[in-house]
Design a protein around this ligand. Structure first.
Ligand code: ATP
Length: 423
């Protein structure tokens, strides 16, 4: 039998089940004549309530009913009195000859908690296996499924620049969630950056890491593993969805997974949840649920991480506690990128390293997408030097695919977009 043993569980329990179970218990089990003074005296003695609380309870007893006083104690006082308070309360019940009430509560809570914990555990396991399976690979050109790189092998750890900090201090992804200047855990985080700079890959890595279940204590104080649940979405997943729970059902769970929307809503409400939403810039028009989420109109106490290209959230910046920008690779990161790529492919890294010194393409290498394409081209063609034209052709195809409708970009437009994605 599970007894509630910490204040967080107790809070959840209170939110969801309290009124129902206790009103029932009160009616069915309390011996109102004996409970009042002895129970509250015991609670005062064991430090669960203060003299001030006692006075308040006695006032309620006098002016309303005993049941109202007990309910006030249970809903307003007990959940705020620390992790041991609930068990002390059960002891006080026994000492004031209300052992049957204590047993009844224990039994009922045992059932409820195991049922609830079962739903959460199975949901968590389902999401973790989904991320482990689906997010293990990077596909730099999504329409070419055959070009696929192992995320763990090739991933280069990124530096994120805090936008509000004039010193321009960097943060690593490991301490993304640690409190900033305000000392409060950030609840709304924004990462902005140019096309191909690595925003989606950061989101994918966070969800994939969480899917691996534990960091073994290697991350920062508040890392992605601190969250009970991570919900990883593309911004477009919220279009036409009336709530986050609906979006989870539609986009993250298999259609034969049996959980109701309200059960899902209950778990999301009760647990420490990180919601990751990638590519705001691609699906912000008419995205009401996403807007409400950003504004804190729904799930205000959950952590939300959004990524976007620059300038799409100008009128929403005030909702974010932490704003970061992800910049291009520095020389060290470029080197790491090509070395990891070569190791993953089990080929020598020297040709890739010398490519980084080629003046004709050097300015392109700070963009992770460009550098990946350069590596792919270099691997294909180890004899010939990579020309900008070869890269243009590839990027041109990518831009056409991404834009969907633009099939007629000129080389000058490609050049312009390359430059903009390099900075
Ligand atoms: N940290 C990284 N380590 C290794 N490769 C990376 C990294 N970040 C990005 N890449 C490479 O660059 C490609 C493009 O990155 P990503 O899709 O994350 O960019 P983005 O900023 O989300 O771009 P867009 O705004 O166009 O969606 C990836 O498919 C991957 O090949």
């Amino acid at each position: 039998m599970k007894i509630i043993n910490n204040s967080y569980d107790l809070y959840e329990w209170r939110q969801k089940y309290f009124a129902r179970v206790f009103c029932r218990s009160l009616q069915a089990n309390f011996s109102a004549k004996t409970v009042d003074f002895r129970l509250f005296a015991n609670l005062t003695e064991s430090g669960v309530i203060t003299d001030e609380h006692l006075q308040k309870l006695q006032n309620i007893m006098r002016n309303e009913t005993m049941a109202a006083a007990v309910l006030h104690f249970l809903t307003e006082l007990l959940p705020k009195r620390g992790s041991k308070a609930f068990n002390l309360f059960l002891e006080a019940l026994c000492e004031s000859q209300q052992e049957h009430v204590a047993d009844h509560l224990k039994m009922w809570l045992g059932d409820v908690c195991s049922e609830d914990a079962g739903t959460f555990k199975s949901l968590r396991a389902e999401l973790q296996s989904h991320y482990e399976r689906r997010l293990a690979s990077i596909r730099p050109m999504p329409w070419l499924q055959s070009i696929c790189l192992n995320l763990t092998d090739v991933f280069v750890e990124r530096q994120l620049k805090l936008k509000t900090n004039h010193k321009g201090d960097g943060k690593t992804m490991k301490d993304l969630f640690t409190p900033q200047e305000t000392k409060a855990i950030p609840r709304r985080l924004l990462i902005e950056g140019n096309p191909g700079i690595g925003k989606s890959t950061i989101c994918q890595t966070l969800a994939h890491e969480w899917g691996k279940q534990s960091c073994g204590g290697h991350c920062g104080t508040v890392c992605v593993h601190s969250f009970d649940l991570v919900l990883y979405f593309h911004a477009g997943d919220f279009i036409d969805e009336e709530s986050v729970a609906h979006a989870v059902q539609k986009h993250l769970l298999p259609s034969d997974y049996s959980i109701t929307t309200s059960e899902l809503q209950g778990v999301i409400k009760a647990k420490n949840v990180l919601i990751i939403v990638d590519a705001f810039d691609e699906a912000n028009a008419g995205n009401r649920t996403l807007d409400r989420l950003i504004q804190g109109d729904i799930l205000r106490h959950k952590t939300l991480l959004i990524t976007s290209r620059f300038n799409f959230l100008q009128n929403k910046l005030s909702f974010f506690d932490s704003k970061f920008k992800v910049q291009g690779y520095d020389e060290e990161e470029q080197l790491q990128h090509v070395k990891r790529y070569a190791k993953h492919k089990n080929i020598a890294s020297a040709p890739f390293e010398s490519m980084l010194k080629d003046k004709s393409i050097r300015d392109l290498c700070s963009n992770p997408l460009n550098l990946t394409l350069l590596c792919l081209l270099r691997e294909e063609d180890t004899q010939l030097r990579i020309t900008r034209t070869a890269l243009y052709t590839s990027i041109h195809r990518i831009i056409r695919r991404k834009a969907g409708e633009r099939m007629d970009l000129t080389e000058a437009e490609v050049e312009e977009s390359l430059h903009c994605s390099c900075t």
